[in-house]
Write a protein that binds this ligand. Sequence first.
Ligand code: 475
Length: 818
Amino acid sequence: MMNAKELKKAIEDNVKVLYRKTIDEASKEQVFYALSYAIKDTIIDEWINTHKAYDKQDAKILYYLSMEFLIGRALGNNIINLGARKEVSQVLEELGFDLTDIEDQESDPALGNGGLGRLAACFLDSLATLNYPAYGCGIRYHYGMFKQKIENGYQKEVPDDWIKNGYPFEIKRSEYSYIVKFGGNVRVDNVNGKEKFIQENYGSVKAIPYDMPVLGYENGMVNSLRIWDAEAITNFSLEQFDKGDYQKALEQENLAKTLVEVLYPNDNHYAGKELRLKQQYFFISASLQRALDKFKSTHSDIHMLPEKVVFQLNDTHPTVAIPELMRLLLDEEGLNWDEAWDITSRCMAYTNHTIMSEALEKWPIDLFKSLLPRVYQIVEEINRRFVVQIRDRYPNNAAEKEKKMAILYDGQVRMAYMAIIAGFSVNGVAKLHTQILEHQELKDFYEMMPEKFNNKTNGITQRRFLVHANPLLTDWITKKLGSDKFITDLPQLSGLKQYLNDDKSLEEFMEIKYQNKLRLVKYIKEHNGIDVDPNSIFDVQVKRLHEYKRQLLNILHVMYLYNKLKNDDNFDMYPRTFIFGAKAAAGYRRAKQTIKLINSVADVINNDKSINGKIKVVFIEDYKVSNAEIIFAAADVSEQISTASKEASGTGNMKFMLNGAPTLGTMDGANVEIVEEVGRDNAFIFGLSSDEVIAYENNGGYDPMTIFNSDTEIRTVLMQLVNGFYSPNNTEEFREIYDSLLKKQGNDRADVYFILKDFRSYAKAHDEVEKAYKDKKRWAKMALTQTANAGKFSSDRTIEEYVRDIWHLTKLRLDNAK
Ligand code: 475
């Protein structure tokens, strides 16, 4: 890192060169670019040095293959990982600028939907911090996750043109471009008695990589996130035109344009669009071609590949990597099937992130085959051999097993099954989730190949979600522990336990929470125009909107509390602010109606003077990584209320915990492990267990109508959905939500997510929260208990487990590191 004087000069020079201005004339945005280029300059030598070390040490490299990397803003994070926060702040101050203001100028790169994409970003941070050689491989979407506007209570999607003004931290690397082929047919030639498969009449695009630096924390390590862009193949169009194939040339140009245009905005949902499969094959083929070339540049024996390369499949979205690697090894490297299969299956590992059936990728065979004719042949052969194995192993019930396990079945290619069959590792993302995979969802596979299954409980990076998000708390912890080692060793936080009975420390801890609440109050005032009482309980649910996450349960409970305030003279409550943030997939009707409901309820309640501001409801527009950081730091209560068994892990739960907010939640996903760490007394747990949910799903026996008929308070709340209470101009506005809770919907039971079933125990858990909060000291202790026990949930721990059990990487030594 340059010193203060050099940095100042670099910023001033950049402003001059880029904008022909002196620093006193520069806008904040211009200073953002000037500073970012200066920071990139300081990174570049370490970036080069790191990759030289890869080669010199002949390091085994992880390729983390993911359709999504929800990286968020880079500037602040890079400054922190360079260990230069104070210095940069000061230089900017001298120049008349505030660092947080400047950071706010950066677009918030959202090349992901939610949990899965953010996990990938946390993993990259931890990999670099722990000195592991790794590439993130993904797509350079021109439009990331849409920006959300709320108009009249409805979500409106606005395109996110994040690279409009250029992104300062990426480097285009045209010299590593590759051709990716789609469609056409396969011709079989016979060369010296050996079959040769040649794809012909295809359309193709050029894949061009852009690299972004991924900095380790103060260790001189800089890995790369490599995202692929598409370009039409120039002069190819001319050639085609000469051949009279004008149509084809245009098609190719069109393909290049549309291919990487936009991220599919679906979380935990599979849309089955042809373009999505094209995106998958595009970035996978390019990433694998590059990985093989890199390997071959320093190795002569392709059989060594599994010793030097490992591919992690982030859910099934990159699973086409399996037949693609087979294709490269068979058709390009000339290996025979058994050799290719051995190598492929020792290089590929698969992570499952969800058991939601609507998220399972199943491609129609016709589509798959016409888009990827040669790859499909290979899938067929993989499947044929597997089916032979099944018949061998289960002679008595082969048909049944085939139905449950074959890759090709019922006209579909089942991607998860291919990943399990071909890879050497299958992992879930929290203990409970892995158990459900082993004993329910994937039990036939677990029975047949138990050695592949393992758990890797998710984690988060404290560099972003504590150090960057919560500088006040970071400084306090550093002071209390007498060291900042927790920044790379989160379990050190347990040292805070010695302060659990120290009144002064508890007061300091809560004062920091208060200051962070003020920061959020200001954000809400600026963005929503709502006044929020910083002394109220900040009860927060921020995550993607999905029925299984049950934002609906939360808002129905708010409606219930409001009724009590209005109708029951004996009822009183501690002031609460219910904060929501959530994007709904653009085509997800029910989710969008829930957003409208939250906003309609907010409208009525926030404007009712008679309740003295006891309840406020805030829907934060455009929930994203940058405002998430402000929200986590300010939360009192963490709502993690998914229907048990449905949330594979959750990672927001860990971010709240780290920042001192107890969990109000079900025994689902990683909540179970959070409770294990803090103890049952330091969490507010309610609702059906995952076993109970699964039993109801299998055996029936739940009818929400009995609750509707017997519980008047619940009934009143439900009736308010359809009597215009919250939608005076349209009593039908929330009819579908009402129906979903009480009526069978096609093949679905009423109240699929057990909202009415869990309602009473949820309300009771809220009572407990209030009781606990009123006792200031008890609450402070409970809050500090969260932070002090958050050590397990660092993604550093998760990565070390992946390395130990799956990747077997060696830490890179950086001789020139500072
Ligand atoms: C789980 N996304 C969380 C998190 O492991 C878990 C994206 C595109 C298409 C389909 N689905 C997706 C997910 O499935 C996803 O984000 N899953 C989430 O992964 C990290 O913590 O419980 O829901």
